[in-house]
Design a protein around this ligand. Structure first.
Ligand code: GLP
Length: 244
């Protein structure tokens, strides 16, 4: 679906998330959201915050799982995805912090496999993700599933692509300071979501969107795996869709 601008596209995504939350509340169920970081979803979160403030949208029964976190990463560091989520969403809504899940960038290497299994297990115990929102990296990564990721991959420790680290350099004050690794939900984890929404704006995403939507399905561009799912929608602005 192509929107004229990121604002109207973000509004549409926020409205869909709000509708899910309200529908679940009618039957006293918890909405389980898969959340993403990066510049792309910022307006979606801003709109959800507005809905909370002005329309009384409550997040009390909402459970969230974030896609990824750098490794190693302290939660209170300026560049952590914990900080990002707090600043853009969680600090401004009535979510129960016990319902917030973000991969832990402080674990010892030995503790990571068990943490990742538990992350998957928790999502499963809650009945799975109702909606997973995604951005896309210029390598074609979703979450931090870089080129080479397997379609059935689970939550795990990964090595970041050089291009991804270059793109993150500004946030860290230089590429040398960008962690080389991250913990990310897998492609298989994302695929289990009942609805997957990939968002992309701006001209700089146009060529990777063309590859993701029209390119051959290949681990070289992990987002091409989304072509295999019936539950995926790409929400684009005109610029990101300009090469389709
Ligand atoms: C990071 C995140 C991804 C995100 C990507 C694109 O690598 N781990 O989840 O999709 O950046 O970022 P942006 O939305 O800033 O273009």
């Amino acid at each position: 679906t192509v929107f004229s601008d990121p604002q109207s596209a973000s509004l549409n995504v926020a409205q869909r998330i709000a509708a899910l939350i309200r529908k679940k509340q009618e039957t006293n169920e918890q909405a389980v959201l898969g959340l993403a970081t990066g510049a792309t979803p910022v307006k979606v979160y801003a709109e959800l915050v507005r809905m909370h403030r002005e329309e009384g949208l409550s997040f009390k029964d909402v459970v969230t799982f974030n896609l990824d976190e750098y490794y190693p990463m302290q939660p209170n560091a300026a560049q952590s995805y914990v900080t990002f989520m707090n600043e853009n969403l969680f600090n401004h809504i009535d979510i129960d912090r016990n319902n917030v899940h973000i991969p832990d960038g402080t674990l010892s290497l030995e503790a990571i496999p068990e943490f990742c299994l538990a992350y998957e297990r928790k999502i499963g115990e809650l009945g799975g993700l109702d909606i997973q929102i995604l951005g896309i990296g210029r390598t074609g990564h979703i979450g931090f599933n870089e080129p080479g990721s397997a379609p059935n991959s689970g939550t795990r420790l990964v090595t970041l692509d050089d291009l991804t680290r270059r793109d993150a350099a500004r946030d860290f004050g230089g590429k040398a300071f960008v962690p080389t690794k991250a913990i990310t939900m897998g492609i298989g984890t994302i695929f289990k979501a009942r609805e997957i929404i990939l968002m992309a704006w701006n001209k700089k995403k146009a060529s990777i969107i063309k590859k993701a939507v029209e390119g051959e399905i290949s681990s070289d561009v992990p987002a091409t795996y989304l072509q295999l799912s019936d539950n995926v929608e790409f929400i684009l602005d005109q610029d990101a869709a300009s090469q389709l």
